[in-house]
Design a protein around this ligand. Sequence first.
Ligand SMILES: N[C@@H](CCC(=O)N[C@@H](CS)C(=O)NCC(=O)O)C(=O)O
Length: 217
Amino acid sequence: MPSYPILYSFRRCPYAMRARLALSISGQVCELREVVLRDKPPELLAISPKGTVPVLVVGDGSVLEESLEIMIWALQKKDPQGWLRPDHESMAMMQALIGECDGGFKYHLDRYKYPQRYAGVDAQEHRGQGSQFLAQLNTQLETTPYLFGDRVSLADRAIAPFVRQFASCDRSWFNQQPWPKLQDWLTTFLDSEGFQQIMQKYPKWESGAVGSLFPPS
Ligand SMILES: N[C@@H](CCC(=O)N[C@@H](CS)C(=O)NCC(=O)O)C(=O)O
């Protein structure tokens, strides 16, 4: 295939999901290399020793190692839905909310979802702590259907994969919480064509092989 940017990705990783969402809406065709986290390819570790996904290698050889960086790179090339130009507030406000998601909320999400990985952790306590961020999102969604207005923005798509993961730990508990706006927002995201498209399955990429074209045509 012609040489496209190379995306190292893992289907179920929420960071990789947000990167794929932006690459897909922006129509940036990539060679997707599906990584298995317990068996990372040496090609990935050679260009990005920190060993996380997603990683995007672009045409000039630059390596983008952060999911948000990949989103912004793609959207700066083409942003057909105006994700970088929210109806309300600013890029800085969106980045601040995404920072809260990636910081405190992710910390509690990990300890709620995988308590066995941490010593002396009480999953329910972390569910309660993480809920504070979700209640805040619900309040924000009381005035508009999306986090920063009447349209999808960078923040919606950067944060939704993490809310999905939190919700799926115990979906019936999540559905019982007093967050009707957040529940609708999540359902709209999960039902969206964009989300379905980025969740297509790809075989594990093997060194030396050609990856899969993404987004799928
Ligand atoms: N700050 C990074 C975090 C990426 C990250 O932590 N990804 C996880 C998968 S969801 C990972 O690759 N972990 C490495 C591992 O599990 O070995 C980003 O935004 O891209």
